[in-house]
Design a protein around this ligand. Structure first.
Ligand SMILES: [Zn+2]
Length: 384
């Protein structure tokens, strides 16, 4: 047994821990770049707390998913303001943007110097500026992962900055921040979290430590996600989903992902579709195609037994098999009214390009079996 496990320098979890973010920031810098998402009001209490803690906050807002241009502009702004630390509060977009900006504050040049696929792919040599992540959704787990996804809209692609330096110095996971998350976002972010537990668990890179997290996360999410969707004010359910999403982040950062995320990158790059909704639309079909491919070509694969275990964790039934798990996920997607990808203008004519791009995606490397082009086509066809 040999594996590596890396995560944020420190994790604070629980109701009310958001109040500890500002004092922690004060220990990291005097001028902090405060990165927020579209709803900057959510950051108002944090902005006040930073002031009380004697920290000057330079606000920077990221509307929608962060683009290369947004991060380039934010880098110029943060350097001009003399920021020495970064704190991001918001969904995955704000957190990813904050990670990228913290990296760019400490490294010369522009984001394209370091981006994979579309950029020059140089390694980030210097450790990032101190960075605190405060998620307000329960989904991406970005607070404990080592990549930041940036969009290049004019080229219709998304690409990652990827480096151990991107791991936040501190992750502050406060379930109270998710209490007023709208129902549709609870559904899509929650299904992203669920995907980010299933894919690492069946990944070829799974290790004994990520297995512990994935199993606990799947059991927790199975109970908490339907309840959080039913009643957003259910504190136990919200706490459960924050816990499950954190466990998903810990798992994926160390075990990788699979076909759903392999497709999510090109679909999200080519069409204006939110990441969680894309994952949700792809998940049941990807599970079924993977199980079929494993049965035909790798009947002794440990991943097959793991799909059965996923089913038992999701359904709570001790004799459930993979098919029951797939049915459980599909039923949840129907109940949550997850739209098919054609709702975002994806059409069958896009299949060849999406398959070509997905086959090259870094997430695809974690998939439990190498899928044929026909199998990949079938996954995306079912999601459209
Ligand atoms: Zn995801």
């Amino acid at each position: 047994m040999r594996f590596e496990f890396a995560t944020a320098g420190r994790i604070l979890f629980g109701e009310g821990v958001a109040a500890e973010a500002a004092p922690a920031a004060a220990a990291m810098g005097r001028r902090v770049l405060l990165v927020t998402g579209g709803n900057a009001d959510r950051a108002a209490p944090l902005a006040r707390a930073l002031q009380v803690a004697g920290v000057t906050a330079a606000p920077f807002r990221i509307l929608g998913e962060p683009t290369i241009d947004t991060i380039a502009a934010g880098t110029v702004f943060a350097r001009g303001e003399g920021c020495d630390a970064v704190i991001a509060i918001g969904g995955g977009s704000a957190i990813d943007g904050g990670k990228a900006l913290a990296a760019m504050l400490a490294n010369p040049g522009e984001p394209l110097d370091y981006l994979e696929v579309v950029g020059r792919g140089q390694p980030l040599r210097q450790p990032s500026a101190p960075f605190i992540a405060v998620p307000t959704t329960a989904g991406t787990g970005s607070e404990v992962t080592r990549n930041a996804v940036l969009a290049a809209p004019e080229r219709r692609v998304k690409a990652s900055l990827r480096s151990p330096h991107l791991l936040p110095r501190l992750a502050v996971v406060d379930p109270e921040l998710t209490l007023d998350l709208p129902r549709a976002l609870t559904a899509s972010t929650g299904l992203d979290a669920l995907t980010q537990l299933i894919e690492p668990y069946v990944s070829v890179r799974a290790n004994p430590m990520t297995d512990l997290y994935a199993v606990e996360g799947l059991r927790t999410a199975a109970a908490a996600l339907p309840r959080a969707w039913e009643n957003g004010g259910d504190r136990d359910a919200r706490r459960g989903m924050c816990w499950a999403a954190l466990l998903g982040g810990l798992s994926l950062a160390n075990a990788g992902l699979g076909a759903v995320h392999g497709f999510a990158a090109p679909v999200g790059g080519m069409f204006p579709a939110p990441h969680g909704a894309v994952c949700a639309a792809l998940l049941p079909g990807a599970m079924e195609i993977n199980v079929g491919a494993l049965r035909r070509r790798a009947p002794d694969s440990r991943a097959l037994a793991r799909y059965d275990e996923v089913a038992r964790l999701l359904t709570g039934k001790p004799h459930a098999t993979a098919a029951d798990g797939i049915a459980w996920v599909a039923a949840l997607c129907r109940r949550f009214e997850i739209p098919p990808l054609r709702a975002y203008d994806v059409t069958p004519a896009d299949i060849p390009e999406l398959v070509s791009r997905a086959a090259e995606a870094s997430s695809m490397k974690g998939n439990p079996i190498a899928l044929t082009r026909e199998e990949l086509e079938e996954i995306i066809r079912r999601a459209i």
